[in-house]
Ligand binder design. Structure first.
Ligand SMILES: Nc1ncnc2c1ncn2[C@@H]1O[C@H](COP(=O)(O)OP(=O)(O)OP(=O)(O)O)[C@@H](O)[C@H]1O
Length: 375
């Protein structure tokens, strides 16, 4: 998608994708609250053009699935107003959306746990910004009935990944647990700590970074580019062990290897990583991951990083976890949530309080909800 005012999708008229888009009757767009309004508007323009039909979306029906209590588009260095302005509800197309409600939390219901009713009500209260706030601190206190509180990060790791040095070989065990945090800095620290507990040789892959524009080469030397750790981009210094969990950062072979797929490392070779898919339809399949060039979009100049498109994923950011179900979930709130819906997304990955472990200094934290997003 281009970054101008009226972008279209990058689909040429003769491509296989164009054929699918011309013939389909229904397009399902999941996790729509995270989408930028311009991406939906780009789809509208593209479908009109490809289908030679001036009706909305070229006459196709679009099913948007999502919950506006969850996170909004990520806009670097933005204000709440920027995020609200970027979300689908601010698009001219929104007035044509017919809203249908789902009322049961199936993730909770499936657990058949006696805490179910209270837990799903507590989750909804967090999502709606109705959870009682301590007037002195502006924070919420976690009641005993809501989660298992831990006293330290080490205890959090121990509760979510008990005996990881033995259990990591069991892919079912590994696939159903993760620790979440709002910021990458906390996620990285947790990942290093957990990977340290796995035996085996640490393999280091350094990326090759270069400015793409010849005029920028002298201003942005490789050492500077190497020092940049950007969200959505693998690190320059990628340190992995066999058995570690990683997450894909790009779609390289859909539908098997998509942005967000979690895998366990099987072999760390010089030019390729072999890994096993942990969840979903292709669970258990071994795949090969090559190094690919990646160009980040949120820096004021263009540069390219040649690296394996993966990050460690024993821990991941709350935004990355949206859409996933977990059997055991840890949340590190040392740095509190900083944007709409993050606490609700994090707490609602599991179906019962005994599977939710939280580390929050003072047992309290901020719950950020933009009420305008819920109207
Ligand atoms: N109608 C249903 N009957 C039985 N199980 C269901 C039903 N709907 C959902 N589930 C189960 O509930 C869990 C959560 O479902 P799903 O991931 O589709 O929810 P979601 O609304 O997309 O959640 P989120 O957006 O918070 O990630 C899954 O394990 C799914 O299989």
């Amino acid at each position: 998608m281009q970054s101008n005012e009226t972008p279209t999708c990058n689909v040429s008229k003769n491509s296989a994708m164009a054929k699918v888009l011309q013939q389909c009757k229904l397009i399902v767009w999941d996790e729509c609250t995270m989408a930028h309004k311009k991406s939906l508007e780009a789809l509208d323009r593209t479908l009109k053009d490809l289908r030679s039909n001036n009706n909305r979306f070229g006459g196709a029906m679009i099913l948007l699935a999502g919950d506006f209590r969850q996170t909004l588009p990520v806009i670097p260095r933005s204000t709440p107003a920027d995020e609200l302005n970027a979300c689908l509800k601010s698009s001219n197309l929104w007035k044509h959306v017919k809203v249908l409600h789902l009322s049961k939390n199936m993730r909770v219901e499936l657990q058949n746990d006696q805490s179910g009713n209270i837990f799903s009500k507590q989750l909804i209260d967090i999502g709606n910004g109705k959870f009682p706030i301590d007037m002195l601190t502006g924070c919420i206190n976690f009641p005993q009935s809501f989660c298992q509180l831990t006293r330290s990060k080490d205890e959090l790791i121990q509760k979510v990944f008990p005996d990881v040095s033995q259990n990591y070989r069991n892919h079912d065990w590994l696939s159903e647990r993760a620790i979440l945090a709002a910021k990458n800095i906390d996620v990285n620290e947790l990942n290093f700590k957990i990977q340290e507990q796995i035996t085996g040789e640490l393999r280091i892959y350094k990326s090759v970074d270069s400015a793409t524009n010849q005029d920028d080469v002298v201003n942005y030397p490789p050492e500077f580019l190497n020092s940049l750790d950007l969200p959505g981009l693998p690190p320059h210094n990628l340190q992995l062990k066999v058995g570690s969990v990683v997450i894909m950062l790009r779609n390289i072979n859909q539908p098997r290897l998509c942005n967000g797929t979690r895998l366990a490392i099987k072999k760390l070779l010089n030019n390729v990583i072999e890994a096993t898919i942990l969840k979903g339809k292709y669970k258990g399949e071994d795949v090969l991951i090559p190094r690919i060039p990646m160009i980040p979009t949120d820096v004021p100049f263009e540069f390219k990083r040649l690296q394996f498109p993966v990050r460690l994923a024993f821990a991941m950011t709350i935004n990355k976890s949206q859409g996933q179900s977990l059997s055991v979930c840890g949340i590190n709130l040392e740095n509190p949530c900083f944007s709409h819906g993050q606490l609700y997304v994090a707490c609602s990955r599991v179906g019962k309080p005994s599977d939710l472990f939280i580390y929050a200094p003072g047992n309290q934290t901020k719950n950020i909800v933009y009420h305008k997003a819920l109207q």
